[in-house]
Write a protein that binds this ligand. Structure first.
Ligand code: HPA
Ligand code: ZN
Length: 327
């Protein structure tokens, strides 16, 4: 069976990776020691054992606690470089990294510290690994519109360091419309726009992300199937969905991988991509996601692998000249 070799070897883009979600337990402990931060777990093993999630919020609580060890520019650099090495090993040629500045600025870490470390890692990855990348700044949707505007203001001196904005954190009760004005300002600034929608939230949030926020891609989006009219629209408009299969199973969006709707979404003609979301927490990086998806959904074959890789390149915000080289 040549499928694993094909899945692993094909050039691919990763479009849905929260860089704070790439922080492995070993690095959390190393950074805690380096920075003199105490964490409420006795060992790497004890921390990893706590990764038993029942829903999105149960994950977010641990994810924000893990990020508390990040204080210095070099911490952000080391975290991102560890990710880029994993990406390189999985034949990821280009990655668009989400980062959550509010998780850090709310702890007193300057915005500049965060973005300097991530920018230096991106430059180093290009130079030393040949991995291309870009940053997408996410607003935490459980916080206020005002806090999002403050974050945007803090980001303005570094506007050339990130290509777009996104929306993440707890979805239920925090609809896209809450951020209509801040996304409008970002649109006027010429930034790319994406948003998490339809992971735990209803199909209606996918519609308002498109119609009110005017996003170019939907992160997750798997609950679109609850509205046949929306599925038809997503297919017609070829709106990319950045689906994260291992994440969806870990956060109980689907009970098991064989219940995942990725194959059905592809079959319906949607522009689906495969991504890792928070690989340190959900059981693996890009190729682990491809392996688990193709194992769980045996109706998927080489033709689907090719389509998923091509979709990831086409749906990226990379230059057309770069895309042509990867396809
Ligand atoms: N959903 C919402 N917010 C997040 C996620 C996610 O999957 N990962 C990190 N922040
Ligand atoms: Zn996500």
């Amino acid at each position: 069976d040549k499928l694993p070799g094909l899945l692993h070897g094909m050039p691919k883009c990763e479009l849905h990776i929260h860089i704070e979600g790439s922080l492995e337990p070993e690095l959390i402990f190393a950074l805690a020691q380096r920075n003199g931060v105490t964490i409420p777990y006795a060992s790497v093993e004890a921390l990893r054992e706590a990764y038993a999630f029942t829903d999105l919020q149960s994950f977010l609580d641990i994810y924000y606690a893990g990020a508390s060890v990040l204080l210095k520019e070099e911490d952000f650099f080391d975290m991102a470089m560890a990710y880029f090495h994993r990406a390189k090993a999985d034949n990821v040629v280009h990655a668009e990294l989400f980062f959550d500045p509010q998780t850090h600025t709310d702890r007193g870490v300057p915005f500049q510290t965060v973005i300097d470390g991530l920018t230096r890692a991106g430059e180093t990855a290009q130079r030393e690994l040949g991995v291309s990348s870009a940053l997408i700044m996410c607003f935490l949707r459980h916080l206020s519109e005002e806090a999002a505007f403050e974050t945007l203001a803090q980001a303005m001196p570094f506007k050339d360091r990130f290509i777009g904005v996104g929306l993440d954190s707890g979805e239920r009760g925090n609809p896209p419309e809450k951020f209509a004005r801040v996304f409008e300002q970002c649109r006027q600034l010429g930034l790319h726009l994406v948003a998490h929608a339809g992971e735990e939230g209803p199909a209606a949030y996918i519609e308002t992300a498109l119609d009110v926020l005017k996003v170019e891609r939907i992160d997750h989006g798997v609950r679109c199937v609850e509205s046949p009219a929306l599925v038809e629209r997503l297919a017609r408009e070829q709106v990319p969905l950045t689906v994260c299969p291992l994440s969806n199973v870990k956060l109980c969006v689907f009970d098991t991988m064989d219940r995942h709707n990725l194959a059905a979404l592809l079959e319906a003609g949607l522009k689906v991509t495969v991504n890792s979301d928070d690989p340190a927490y959900f059981g693996g990086y890009m190729n682990a996601n491809f392996d688990a998806t193709f194992d769980g959904l045996p109706q998927l074959g080489p033709r689907h692998a090719y389509v998923l890789a091509r979709n990831s390149i086409e749906a990226s915000f990379a230059a057309e000249s770069a895309k042509a080289e990867w396809i």
